[in-house]
Design a protein around this ligand. Structure first.
Ligand SMILES: *Cc1c(COP(=O)(O)O)cnc(C)c1O
Length: 472
């Protein structure tokens, strides 16, 4: 281990040096040909090499090519910079290297706290055992939907774990048109079938249209299809919209549906200034997916799924029969009884460290700072004659498009589709695009605690400059 003791400080130095200089460099840059062939094509070495030499490669060939999300002018997708506390403890989690499947050790015990803290942070009622850390919201959604499927079919005397879906009529699930693709992936994976997936239209603010939801449920009931789950969004990826959660919770309760909330990105938005009422109903969810690796900045990977009732996921996943469970020794059992993963990483150390470092106040400050910047950007877009705001900025996402003077209105889509890659290539800012009601849109998601108002001005100027590349 003396080699590690020697090289360790150099690695820590590289990490800290990278993070403190990242803002001075390009947000993103294309990979040089020589480095690309090294990154993808290097042969497996026959003989090993000293640790210190590996760090040289990391310095020369890896660190120069980040995805960009450490930079304050990265506005793409939903990818935050890593929290310093998370970076600090990540090697320590690796040094301990436990499997957090279960057992009596710090990794498992600290995960109980991390999960409870996340629930408390967003105001979700917590019962011990009612949640676990996951690789991300995609896995959180699989676990939630599997649990919902198990409950729905059990209520009809059908054990899906034993018989699968054979011999059972379809279950319908309701997703917003702005819902994340991971919901569809989970539905496909669980054999629910996209044919039974209902896409609920959204209103002008891109929130689920609850009248349409009611009509779709009624149509299924009339056709003999059993409605079983509705998935609402607390912060969509496209516009950050928060669905009318309380109303959807009411509809779910009325029809005995499982109420799932996708708060992967936006659940933390409940801490925004005056945002509480918009999130009313979140606490009524049967399951809530939220990603500490999004707004909170926990280094990837760190997702989380919370449940109202801890018995649900255990019933859907545990292979330990109830008569073998030693409730006296450990009433909650193993985390591996609550989801598909067996060997599980020590994600809790990064989540715990990030929350300990920031505290509730620090997280609130982060959410408010980034949300305020998003509202500022939305205002700048509205005030500028050459931009159009496409959705209200309610969390920290701004959806808009560029409409430079003197161009045919019909060309707006092609231009806005081309802008993100051109902005990225220029290297001074990074944003991505999407489609909103069929229109090509630009979207900027603000997640970096060090982003400033000046950075927003650079972003708009870079978009203008990128558009000029296409001949304004
Ligand atoms: C990121 C995201 C997901 C998917 O989560 P992963 O962590 O990428 O698996 C789902 N829903 C929303 C709203 C997201 O932002």
């Amino acid at each position: 281990m003396s080699e590690l003791r020697e090289a360790g400080p150099a690695a820590a130095d590289l990490a800290a040096g990278h993070l403190s200089s990242v803002a001075a460099g390009p947000v993103w840059r294309p990979v040089a040909d020589a480095d690309r062939s090294w990154l993808t094509g290097q042969p497996l070495p026959a003989a090993g090499r000293p640790l210190a030499e590996l760090l040289e490669d990391v310095r020369e060939r890896v660190l120069p090519y980040p995805m960009g999300n450490g930079h304050p002018r990265f506005f793409g997708w939903v990818n935050s910079p890593p929290s310093p506390a998370g970076v600090l403890v990540a090697p320590l989690a690796a040094a301990l290297n436990p499997s957090c499947a279960g057992g009596e050790h710090a990794g498992v015990l600290l995960e109980r706290t991390a999960v409870r803290w996340l629930a408390e942070l967003v105001g979700f009622p917590h019962r011990p055992g009612a949640g676990l850390l996951t690789s991300g919201a995609s896995m959180a959604t699989v676990i939630a939907l599997a649990t919902a499927r198990q409950r729905a079919l059990r209520a009809q005397g059908h054990d899906v774990r034993e018989t699968g879906l054979y011999g059972h009529g379809p279950l319908a699930l309701y997703l917003s048109a702005e819902g994340h693709s991971c919901l569809r992936k989970a539905a496909e994976l669980l054999g629910l079938g996209t044919r039974h997936l209902r896409t609920v239209p959204v209103d002008a603010a891109f929130r689920m249209d609850t009248g349409a939801l009611r009509r779709l449920i009624a149509a299924d009931l009339a056709a003999g299809v059993r409605p079983f789950l509705v998935a609402a969004s607390a912060g969509t990826v496209n516009t950050g919209a928060v669905d009318p959660l309380a109303e959807i919770a009411g509809i779910a309760a009325e029809h005995g549906l499982w109420f799932h909330v996708d708060g992967a990105y936006g659940a933390l938005g409940v801490l925004g200034e005056g945002a509480g009422p918009r999130y009313a109903g979140l606490e009524r969810a049967d399951s809530l997916a939220l990603d500490p690796h999004k707004w909170l900045g926990v280094p990837v990977d760190a997702g989380c799924v919370l449940f109202r009732d801890p018995a649900g996921p255990r019933d859907a996943f545990s292979l330990v029969p109830p008569y073998l469970r030693d409730d006296a020794a450990d009433a909650l059992g193993w985390f591996s009884e609550y989801g598909p993963e067996q060997t599980r990483p020590f994600r809790a150390l990064r989540v715990w460290a990030t929350l300990s470092h920031l505290g509730r106040e620090g997280v609130t400050r982060l959410v408010r700072h980034t949300s305020r910047l998003a509202r500022t950007l939305a205002g700048m877009v509205e005030d500028a004659g050459d931009f159009e705001l496409l959705a209200p900025a309610v969390t920290s996402v701004v959806a808009f498009r560029h409409l430079p003077a003197g161009r045919a209105p019909g060309a707006a889509d092609a231009l806005n589709e081309a802008i993100p890659a051109a902005v990225q290539r220029r290297g001074r800012a990074f944003l991505t695009g999407t489609r909103l009601s069929g229109t090509a849109a630009l979207r900027a998601c603000v997640l970096h605690p060090e982003t400033t108002e000046a950075d927003l001005g650079v972003l708009l100027d870079e978009i203008r400059a990128a558009a000029r590349e296409f001949g304004a």
